[in-house]
Write a protein of this length. Structure first.
Lengths: 115, 495
């Protein structure tokens, strides 16, 4: 399962980076969205995939019997998803404002601040 | 367990919330100054406490150490906090005089509080994932401040700033995820212990490189700094000042923290790489500054060049060089913020984003000339200003560690830095243009709210130079704690 996930994460990263390298701001935003999901999956996979077994301590015991799924990376991902959602919402508005103000969504036209 | 280490987070949070609720302008303005002053008082108290009693730890929710999130304050964090609060206060006062009505009406002050909260959080936290979260808080606030107002140049700067900083956050998150998979913990003190006995040292170094790239983008290290000079000169001067004073320094702080506490297994590789990157950062930054013509663009490249010095101290990795890096970081925050403030005043007086020739401000405003010269010469490293002592320690650290090339480079870059700043001096202050004459009062005169904070920061750089002895003792203590993390680990884990 880890191998499949590794390829999936790698593929998503490749797609995300490809989109980031495009000139259109909208594509860049889609690239960022894909990259952030790829990162979340990476965190999920890197911490180890365990099937079944919630991290619940049975009655009378003091530790969780293995194998159990580590809840911490899931909590991290949940946090990252929330942050990613906020950032993406801001990004969409920013891109719209950029388009409104500058009348273009081509990054090659945005050169005036770094001559 | 004292609640003091959590206060620098709670204060800006409370003032941001209050500021959002009390949408009255004068209330927001009063609250901004009041809250920043309180923040300064609290962080100073924290610094005193850390100096007297050692590393301060606050366990959130009172969860035991490796499981819950901890706030851990050592000397380095505390002293960075104090300087951040000073800059926060200076910028809040400066904003009273310089921020336009529209931006104030659209919630400039609440986001300033949130920015400070993110910065303080990054300085305080003892948990790597929490560090990521504070970076995000800081970035979100900075995105808003960068774009607020919606001018053409701002939008262009904002989109570049946004995309590259977001990319760095994603890389940081990926690095943290792999680190967790590797060590099974997120607490920095616990990680420091676990990584010492990691079974796959190659993988640790790989993660270290991911951290270097992610934090390198935030700190604006070569070759990852291009977002900075493309964006820092676009927002209003008050925002530029707080960005130049705080944001990249948070990246540098995180680099220093991570590469002294966590990734010290393969110093010959990682720290030499940091050293090489820092050298390149200095050279490219200062060459960029020399090539620029406009006031704030020159300063933006100067921000990049200064980061190289702090990185150099980290790369050499001896107690003396680290003390130099700490001292230099503090000095750099004060100076950069001060210079950006002066650029805002000059812009008010001359009516453009920066004079390319014939400002002639020296004749009409000799005092303003002094406010520019003090931080500028300090940045270039002239005694008795603060930059001199920072560079002295860094160069001495370099010579003692037999990094002669790096020490020489640091000196050469100072000279070029002086050249770029003197270009500003000549054009904006010294040279007078016959035809344009002294073009003052084109917009309006800067009020005392703009001049006072710039003067305070200029005085502070002088004071940091004159009082370099005690301050350097503080930096040395910070460096000792960084070089020997056992105190930090003991305080956090209680063993």
């Amino acid at each position: 399962m880890e191998t499949v996930m590794a390829f999936l994460v790698g593929g998503l990263f490749a797609v995300g980076v490809y989109l980031l390298l495009r000139r259109s701001i909208v594509r860049i935003l889609i690239g960022i969205a894909i990259l952030s999901n790829a990162t979340n999956l990476l965190v999920f996979t890197a911490a180890g995939l365990v099937r079944g077994g919630g991290p619940l301590v049975p009655e009378g015991a003091t530790t969780v019997p293995p194998p159990y799924a580590d809840p911490l990376p899931q909590a991290l991902i949940l946090t990252a998803i929330v942050i990613g959602f906020g950032v993406l919402a801001f990004a969409v508005v920013l891109a719209y404002r950029v388009y409104q103000t500058l009348g273009t969504d081509n990054l090659d036209d945005l050169r005036s601040t770094e001559e | 367990m004292s609640v003091l280490p959590a206060l620098p987070l709670l204060l800006p949070l409370a003032s941001a919330a209050l500021s959002f609720v009390l949408w009255r302008r004068w209330l927001q303005r009063a609250l901004a100054v009041l809250a920043m002053a309180t923040l300064l008082a609290v962080s100073s108290l924290l610094l005193v406490r850390v100096w007297q009693e050692g590393v301060q730890v606050y366990r959130l929710g009172d969860w035991p150490a490796p499981f819950g999130i901890v706030l851990a304050v050592d000397t380095f964090s505390a002293v960075m906090l104090v300087v951040a609060a000073i800059i926060g206060l200076a910028v809040a006062v400066y904003s009273l005089g310089s921020m336009d009505d529209r931006r104030e009406a659209f919630g400039y002050y609440p986001f300033l509080h949130l920015l400070l909260m993110g910065v303080c959080g990054a300085f305080l936290t003892g948990d790597v994932f929490n560090l990521f979260v504070w970076f995000e808080v800081m970035l979100m606030a900075s995105f808003v401040l960068m774009a607020l107002g919606g001018e053409r140049a701002q939008m262009e700067g904002a989109i570049k700033y946004f995309v590259l900083n977001l990319l760095s956050s994603l890389l940081l998150l990926a690095a943290i995820g792999i680190l967790y998979g590797l060590a099974g913990t997120l607490n920095m003190a616990d990680l420091a212990l676990k990584l010492q006995e990691a079974r796959r040292p190659g993988l640790v170094t790989t993660v270290a490189m991911l951290f270097l790239v992610a934090l390198g983008i935030k700190a604006a290290l070569f070759p990852l700094f291009f977002w900075l000079p493309a964006s820092y000169h676009t927002p209003p001067p008050a925002v530029s000042a707080v960005f130049a004073g705080l944001l990249t320094k948070v990246g540098v702080y995180a680099l220093v923290r991570v590469f002294t506490l966590l990734f010290v297994q393969d110093v010959a590789f990682t720290h030499n790489l940091i050293l090489a990157l820092s050298g390149a950062t200095m050279v490219v930054g200062v060459l960029g500054a020399v090539a620029q013509e406009e006031f704030r663009r020159i300063l933006s490249f100067q921000v990049v060049a200064q980061i190289g010095y702090v990185g150099m101290g980290l790369g050499i990795f001896t107690p003396l060089s680290l003390a130099g890096a700490v001292f230099y970081a503090l000095h750099d925050m004060v100076d950069n913020a001060g210079l950006f403030m002066v650029s805002g005043i000059a812009q008010r007086l001359l009516g453009s984003h920066g004079p390319t020739a014939g400002g002639g401000l020296y004749r009409s405003r000799p005092g303003l000339g002094l406010l520019f010269l003090l931080p500028a010469l300090s940045l270039a490293g002239l005694p008795p200003l603060s930059g001199f002592f920072g560079k002295l320690a860094l160069v001495r650290g370099g010579l003692e560690a037999e990094q002669y090339a790096m020490a020489g480079l640091a000196l050469a870059v100072s000279l070029l830095g002086l050249l770029s700043l003197m270009k500003v001096w000549l054009r904006a202050f010294w040279q007078e243009d016959g035809e344009r004459g002294v073009t003052e009062h084109r917009l309006d005169t800067p009020g005392p709210a703009m001049v006072l904070p710039a003067a305070a920061l200029a005085a502070l750089t002088l004071a940091m130079g004159l009082g370099a002895g005690p301050l350097f003792a503080l930096a040395t203590r910070a460096a000792e704690q960084l070089m020997d993390p056992s105190q930090y680990i003991e305080a956090v884990l209680g063993r």
